[in-house]
Design a protein around this ligand. Structure first.
Ligand SMILES: Nc1ncnc2c1ncn2[C@@H]1O[C@H](COP(=O)(O)OP(=O)(O)OP(=O)(O)O)[C@@H](O)[C@H]1O
Ligand code: SF4
Ligand SMILES: [Mg+2]
Length: 390
């Protein structure tokens, strides 16, 4: 199976379709990813957000085919430039990992060996993927990469060991290592979580700059909505192993349609007003026993009877904005738009949507928490259009 490294501009760089991944543990089966579908074009930055355990990392490890041994990709399809990766031979996967898809992790030390110099590790990474390149050329390329990620004295850095680098410098070195083979897709799993705020901003700026220079696509996995607002073209919000909302950063921040996304936005500190922070109440759902309806139902203020019975189908809420939420469907129905928007596989017809009624669930009461210390944080600007959080 040959992989077309030039790429076909008519197919998305990455297409993930109906991906299901589970893990076997002593107590049973953890259904970590439950029907994730998305596509990503060349040169775009996709953000994947969601609370801990929502399946962000497992989705990205599935793309790289590096899930833990007790995990199984139960079904679905992952195509890179139209070529199926699920079921591909180890030889094909080895040629893709690092060369066409590279990954950076939250903790840079997972990718670095403390007993080798940064230079040695960069040269080794280049020569692993290109056995024809000479050591001298690999060294030159490593120096170029260190320059690209913002090191002032790259020749000196080449001779240093990881322990001589600060956290931000280590993350830059790891980014350089991921970029040495000019991948088409870079997956960054929580690339800034371990860093302080100033360094976080620098690393994000760097990723954006590199993306513009090298034209690759990037998937950024994060808990941090600020990251999403700063750099992402598109955003997927994950909950319980599914993408529950997808749109531009503007859609997610200013027109969020899923009740979980609204909760996420309300729990972000902002200096724009004095409203208290409202955490998303309740606990994440047990992935070993998923409900048949919406998994967010026990935590949702707008839960309706239908939410407990049927998982909401994905609907187009507005241009480039998709959501799986019965309340969003009801909103469209109230606006008289449901006929055109409800997909054919939706289990309700418009007259049934009218019968949606709210149910009160025995949920923990909202506890507004005191606002965080008023630090002079810069207001978020999404694509230079609007200012301030919601
Ligand atoms: N090897 C494994 N065995 C059992 N369960 C696993 C395994 N790996 C992941 N899981 C489970 O799969 C679910 C999704 O995990 P994942 O790491 O993708 O979450 P995440 O969204 O990346 O969370 P975080 O933000 O904390 O990194 C979690 O419930 C996790 O416990
Ligand atoms: S589908 Fe129902 S329970 Fe789920 S988020 Fe929407 S309104 Fe809430
Ligand atoms: Mg993770």
């Amino acid at each position: 199976m040959a992989i077309n490294s030039i790429g076909n501009p008519h197919v998305p760089l990455l297409e993930v379709n109906d991906l299901h991944v589970s893990f076997k543990i002593m107590a049973g089966k953890v259904e970590a990813v439950n029907g994730v579908s998305f596509s990503l074009d060349r040169g775009k930055i996709l953000g994947i957000v969601g609370e801990s355990g929502s399946g962000k990392s497992v989705t990205s490890y599935s793309i790289m085919q590096i899930i833990d041994k007790n995990g199984t990709i139960e079904k679905g399809s992952i195509k890179l430039d139209g070529t199926e990766l699920i079921g591909a031979s180890e030889k094909v996967l080895r040629s893709i990992r690092g060369n066409r898809i590279a990954m950076i992790f939250q903790d840079p030390m997972t990718a670095l060996n403390p007993v080798y110099t940064i230079g040695n590790q960069l040269i080794e990474a280049i020569r692993t993927h290109d056995d024809k390149i000479s050591k001298e050329d690999a060294s030159k390329r490593s120096i170029e990469m260190l320059k690209l990620v913002g090191f002032n004295e790259p020749e000196k850095r080449m001779k240093q060991y990881p322990f001589e680098f600060s956290g931000g410098m280590l993350q830059r070195a790891v980014i350089a290592m991921a970029l040495v083979c000019s991948p088409d897709l870079l997956i960054a799993d929580e690339p800034t979580t371990a860093l302080d705020v100033t360094i976080q901003a620098q690393i994000l700026e760097l990723l954006k700059e590199i993306q513009q220079k090298m034209g690759m696509a990037i998937i950024i996995i994060t808990h941090d909505l600020g990251v999403v607002a700063t750099v992402c073209d598109e955003v997927d919000v994950m909950y319980a192993g599914r993408i529950v909302e997808r749109g531009t950063a503007d859609h997610i921040f200013y027109e969020s349609a899923h009740e979980y996304t609204k909760g996420l936005i309300n729990s972000v500190p902002t200096l724009a007003d004095d409203r208290p922070l409202v955490p998303v109440k309740g606990n994440p759902v047990d992935l070993m026993c998923l409900p048949k309806g919406c998994p967010f139902a026990p935590r949702c203020d707008h839960c309706m009877k239908i939410c407990l019975e049927q998982f909401p189908p994905q609907i187009k809420f507005s241009e480039d904005h998709y959501v799986s939420c019965w309340n969003a469907i009801k909103t469209l129905q109230d606006q008289g738009q449901i006929d055109v928007t409800l997909p054919p596989e939706a289990p309700l017809n418009p007259s049934e949507v009218k019968s949606l009624t709210r149910v009160d669930l025995p949920v923990v009461k909202k506890k507004p928490v005191k606002k965080a210390i008023k630090a002079p944080v810069k207001k978020q600007t999404v694509k230079g259009k609007k200012k301030g959080g919601k």
